[in-house]
Design a protein around this ligand. Structure first.
Ligand code: FNR
Length: 188
């Protein structure tokens, strides 16, 4: 059995260290997980005024999430929370009311920052949101990656063996989490 995992990068930056981390995670994932990015950079800001004529770009986001067996959030921390762009994407995914594509969707949260506390506070805010959206979130292991220059090369290879080993274990735990939860998805 293979699972399609959509990953959402919380940064809109072309040089995002979190997109680099996502690339590394794609390479480290066990073969049963197929990772593909779900972009969020073209979404307008959400307002419920859009609900009656839902924009195509937001419907594409929802369709991509629906087609994924699980979601991996790879996000920076902005001012000790999640970036507005990521919150905006989550808001789109849950609307119009009653048609959320996050309901029952297995998820995992990870992120990198140059700082020593890494993205710990943002990750906990995000896990709290995902509890509300009824998306079962991987609890262990937690992964707070302090991004030092050269940690991951341009091809997505992690240069520190202990970090590579830890992140490979993280992806194996995520695969087990998806196996446990993917029957909960209402559409399946
Ligand atoms: C940051 N940064 C940051 N880092 C952190 O560890 N905790 C924080 O609260 C913040 N706050 C914050 C706010 C804003 C508006 C910016 C632009 C940056 C630094 C951040 O970790 C750094 O810029 C990363 O490189 C962002 O990740 P990406 O975009 O490279 O993936």
């Amino acid at each position: 059995v293979t699972y399609n995992v959509g990953y959402i990068v919380g940064s809109l930056s072309q040089k995002s260290i979190n997109r680099t981390l996502a690339l590394a995670l794609s390479r480290l994932a066990p073969p049963e997980l197929h990772l593909a990015e779900i972009p969020i950079d073209r979404l307008p800001l959400y307002s419920h005024d859009h609900d009656p004529s839902f924009p195509a770009v937001a419907q594409e986001l929802k369709d991509a999430i629906k087609a994924s067996d699980a979601l991996l959030f790879v996000t920076p921390e902005y001012n000790r929370s999640i970036p507005g762009a990521l919150k905006n994407a989550i808001d789109w995914a849950t609307r119009p009311k009653g048609s959320s594509v996050l309901d029952g969707k297995p998820a995992a949260v990870i992120g990198a920052s140059p700082g020593p506390i890494s993205t710990a506070v943002a990750q906990h805010h995000l896990k709290s949101i995902l509890t509300f959206t009824n998306s079962p979130v991987l609890g262990q292991p937690e992964a707070y990656i302090q991004f030092t220059p050269g940690l991951i090369d341009d091809r997505g290879d992690i240069q520190v063996p202990s970090t590579a080993e830890f992140l490979a274990g993280y992806m194996r735990a995520f695969a087990a989490h998806i196996r446990r939860h993917h029957h909960d998805i209402p559409e399946l």
